[in-house]
Ligand binder design. Structure first.
Ligand SMILES: Cc1ncc(C[n+]2csc(CCOP(=O)(O)OP(=O)(O)O)c2C)c(N)n1
Ligand SMILES: [Mg+2]
Length: 910
């Protein structure tokens, strides 16, 4: 046993020296007196000539060392200590004692909210320990930095960590913005009078929350693109340049989500000094330590420094300063860098004696440093993230930093103040209940004025209106321009319906073959020139503009670049050269659908966040949309984002050649769950024109909180003229495109087609009429989602109003009396048309593209997936046979005539 122990000890020693403060790993070879001399001379330079000169000397020394063959290992890390030394710490401008009391009351109310909710309803959930660890980080922001949105100033934009929501509610309660009843109904939103949503959700609390942040990793990426979008608005002259900041609060565990760090180089490349990340490094996530065997702070520091961010570490509280001052040999800083996070987690919640023995006891000289301090003082050595002065210093440095983004890495304790109930424990994230003793202890620790009896009832506590606490907190917010978070629609609606703008697209392409993508780009070009909405349009592309034939826009409206164009583009002599400009309108994001979506969200919610009605058009390869970045779409919906997502090159069989990773037969299915998203699969230019015109009106004139998904294809064909009376049906989801010529025929059918497959349906109509004597009406189904939504709405209404005249779903109104069999064909999964089959007057046959795509041409793909004209004809004949209108043998004959191999591959399983 003893041997095993010492072996373990040796191993862990090795790991430590690998990853610890690399700067110090070699010092054991150096004589103490020698290092002391170097330190002293550096200190005197610092004193006499300041940090710039000291930095230069160190840099030149480094170069000198390299010239002399000393191989200094690369490190992006600084020692495990505060970035801002005591001597550079600014004076704290607030009333520290009053702020502490306010913070304590907020802590209490946040805790009370969760404890009470869970007493009321077991397992209703909620989080105590996240806010407990971050309270100081938030309070310093609220009292000193975050400016509210006013008429004359846009204010600061803050992404609050989702699990810290109880703290934000508790503060709003202290501010008098939320009632006791609302707090009582935390996580009980359906209670009379309403409640509070578990996490930040603008959909549920549209006057309060601006950004949904609880799906981890989304908010850091959204914040980066939000900060960038604010620069875009400024550079395009759409808003004045201001010093407004975007702050994003992250958990350290959250940084493992790839989205969290995925765009940090964009922030430095774009020199976003309006962006500040605060990472609450409590070293824990849900299950346990973030990096028990490593150091998350050092890991993040090197990632952010490597990406050229300004990194400010706030690791140690003021109590450490005098000890550090006595440490003239740098031994303490060295020791600080040696521990792995698992050790720190234990240390910070241990007794003073334990700290003395296990942290300082490592070296006699370290022990000497703390000799004058009693154990109790050692226990009370605070971490940086819990020290208002250190946090204030970091925030001040961050807002004053110029030329790039800042990240603050603040060390805290998860569940701070919860004591035995969970402070620093691995179970703390899930802690929702405190027993009587634990409540009393918390009350005493934070000085909440409640006696034992009252305390165990966990009442909400708000001091009187004229108390120093409330007056101070109110005055601070007033000075800073009002309360935050607060969400309001701050832009004026547009004034026109834009009917004229889209009219030309109702006329068809006059025999010219064009794709719906080309048609859309034509509309986009026209919108960009429009005097009212032109400026508001924000085209967004993830390196796909040429794919969609949008390169002509490069020249006309320019690609946004915060630095303009520093080079002569290689194609400058061509008409459509790659023009980058400071006031460029296109957001060419490069290959990042997630980043593009974040830009879409920023532009589509600017009507609230920035008070500007920008209209984003995000066009991308449809397969890389919902499938890849679906959670961002969900967040966009929650945020009431407005705008148009365009799924380009869509359709499983319409995108020829590309194979199964590109050919999209899924996105219209994946668009179904998003309640406020309207999804369309149009076939013709006029359908798109009608949808865009109506969509712009609904979102930007009428202020509806909806957004659009429209699939566009690259298959060229002639765009017909809009049939009379089609408009309403296009929007509602279907309309009759071409009626059968012989309405008296005995054999009748109703054929549904969508997108490019509508042309196959029209071809089938001809085959059926000419070869088989079947007269079919052809319907263009522009939106199965719209038909389905209408159907379930009508069903619900009828169920709730059984004695009233039953309503009829729109799709039944269309085809309820239509004669013949019903066949639907789509380039998406069969389940899409099947959703509406229950409202059909009869059985419905469905053709769709279930299965993996193939690298093939369109005709072969449609044959393979059995969605082409001949398969539509076959399905029609088969339905007629099932109805007894024709013989089965006639269908068998048709199979041969149509050239169909009944033993062909089954696309669903091959
Ligand atoms: C995408 C996603 N995955 C998982 C979760 C569940 N979850 C909620 S909080 C949490 C741990 C958070 O740890 P950290 O980011 O360190 O925040 P802390 O509470 O420690 O400040 C997890 C796993 C989530 N909310 N979002
Ligand atoms: Mg954490």
């Amino acid at each position: 046993m003893a041997t095993a122990h010492s072996q373990f000890g040796e191993e862990s020693q090795e790991t430590r020296s690998e990853m610890a403060n690399e700067t110090f790993t070699q010092t054991h070879h150096v004589e103490d007196v020698e290092i002391q001399e170097w330190f002293e001379s550096l200190d005197s330079v610092l004193e006499a000539s300041g940090p710039d000169v000291a930095r230069e000397i160190l840099e030149r020394l480094r170069a000198h060392a390299t010239v002399n063959g000393i191989d200094l290992p690369f490190t992006a890390n600084t020692p495990y200590t505060n970035t801002i030394p005591l001597r550079l710490e600014p004076l704290f401008p607030g009333d520290q004692e009053l702020e502490r009391r306010i913070k304590s009351l907020i802590r209490w109310n946040a805790l009370a909210m969760v404890v009470r909710a869970n007493r009321e309803e077991h397992n209703i959930g909620g989080h105590i320990s996240t806010f407990a660890s971050a309270a100081t980080l938030y309070e310093i922001g609220f009292n000193h930095f975050w400016r509210g949105r006013t008429e004359s100033f846009e204010g600061d934009t803050i992404y609050f960590q989702g699990h810290a929501a109880p703290g934000m509610y508790a503060r709003a309660f202290m501010e008098g913005r939320l009632s006791k009843e609302k707090l009582e109904n935390f996580r009980r939103e359906l209670k009379p009078g309403g409640g509070l949503s578990s996490y930040p959700h603008p959909w549920l609390m549209p006057d309060f929350w601006e950004f949904p942040t609880v799906s981890m990793g989304l908010s850091p990426l959204m914040a980066i693109y939000q900060a960038r979008f604010q620069r875009y608005l400024e550079n395009r002259g759409m808003k004045p340049a201001t010093d407004a900041k975007v702050w994003a609060f992250l958990g350290d565990g959250e940084t493992d989500e790839p989205e969290s760090l995925g765009a940090i180089t964009l922030a430095s490349r774009e020199k976003l000094d309006n962006l500040i990340f605060v990472i609450n490094c409590n070293l824990q996530r849900l299950d346990g330590p973030v990096r028990g065997n490593g150091q998350i702070i050092q890991e993040l520091e090197s990632a952010f420094r490597g990406a050229r961010w300004n990194v400010i570490k706030v690791l140690w509280g003021s109590e450490w300063d005098p000890i550090l001052e006595r440490d003239t040999e740098g031994l303490l800083v060295k020791r600080m860098g040696e521990l792995v996070d698992g050790e720190y987690q234990k240390l910070v919640v241990s007794s003073g004696a334990y700290v003395r023995e296990h942290f300082f006891g490592h070296d006699e000289r370290l022990l000497k440093l703390v000799e004058p301090l009693p154990d109790e003082a050692l226990r009370r050595l605070r971490l940086g993230g819990h020290d208002p002065r250190k946090v204030y210093a970091a925030y001040k440095a961050a807002v004053e930093h110029k030329g790039g983004p800042t990240v603050i890495l603040a060390r805290t304790i998860k569940g701070y103040g919860l004591g035995e109930a969970g402070e620093g424990k691995n179970v703390t994230h899930q802690q929702k209940k405190l027993n009587e003793e634990e409540l009393k202890e918390f009350r005493s620790r934070f000085g909440i004025p409640l006696n034992d009896q009252d305390c165990i009832e966990v009442p909400f506590y708000r001091p009187a209106e004229d108390s120093p606490e409330i007056e101070y907190l109110r005055a601070r917010r007033e000075t800073l321009g009002g309360y935050t978070p607060a969400r309001a629609v701050r832009s004026k609606p547009i004034t026109t319906d834009n009917e004229e703008l889209f009219k030309e697209f109702y006329e068809g392409s006059e025999g010219r073959e064009v794709s719906t993508t080309m048609a859309f780009v034509g509309m986009l070009r026209k919108m960009l020139k429009d005097p009212e909405i032109g400026k508001l349009v924000v085209p967004i592309v993830p390196d796909e503009a040429r794919t969609f034939g949008m390169e002509s826009l490069f020249r006309t409206v320019g690609i946004y670049s915060s630095v303009g164009q520093k080079y002569e583009p290689v194609d400058v002599n061509t008409l459509l050269y790659y023009k980058e400009a400071k006031d460029g309108q296109i957001l060419e994001e490069g290959i990042t659908e997630a980043g593009s979506m974040a830009s879409f969200i920023a532009a589509g919610s600017a009507y609230a966040t920035n008070g500007i009605n920008t209209i984003p058009f995000f066009i991308y390869y449809s397969m890389f949309g919902f499938q890849r970045i679906g959670d961002f779409v969900w967040a966009a919906a929650d945020m009431r984002t407005r705008g148009f997502m365009l799924g380009g090159t869509s359709g499983r069989t319409t995108l020829s050649g590309e194979g199964l990773q590109h050919q999209d037969g899924n996105s219209h299915i994946l668009a179904l769950p998003v309640p406020n998203l309207r999804a369309y699969d149009p076939a013709y230019a006029y359908e798109i024109a009608v949808i865009l015109q109506d969509g712009i009106k609904r979102m930007y004139k009428d202020g509806e909180n909806i957004f659009y998904y429209i699939t566009v294809m690259n298959e060229p064909y002639v765009m017909p003229v809009m049939p009379a009376g089609a408009r309403e049906g296009i929007l509602k989801g279907m309309y009759k495109f071409r009626a059968a010529s012989n309405k008296k025929a005995k054999l009748r059918a109703q054929l549904f087609g969508s997108g490019a497959i509508l042309n196959e349906t029209l071809h089938a109509q001809e085959i059926l009429e000419q070869k088989f004597g079947v007269a079919a009406d052809v319907w263009s189904v522009t939106s199965y989602k719209a038909l389905y939504t209408d159907g379930i709405e009508v069903e619900r209404w009828n169920r709730l109003h059984p004695t009233e005249k039953a309503r009829v779903p729109y799709v039944t109104q269309c085809v309820g009396d239509a004669p013949g069999v019903i066949v639907a064909a789509t380039d998406y999964l069969k389940t899409l048309p099947n959703m509406i089959s229950k409202w059909m007057p009869r059985r419905m046959a469905t053709l769709g593209t279930d299965g993996f795509g193939r690298s093939e041409g369109r005709a072969s793909l449609r044959d393979f997936f059995e969605v082409d004209a001949k398969f539509i004809a076959l399905a029609t004949l088969h339905e007629l046979a099932l109805d007894g209108k024709i013989e089965a043998s006639a269908v068998q004959k048709a199979i041969t005539e149509l050239g169909i191999d009944p033993e062909k591959w089954n696309p669903v399983v091959s």
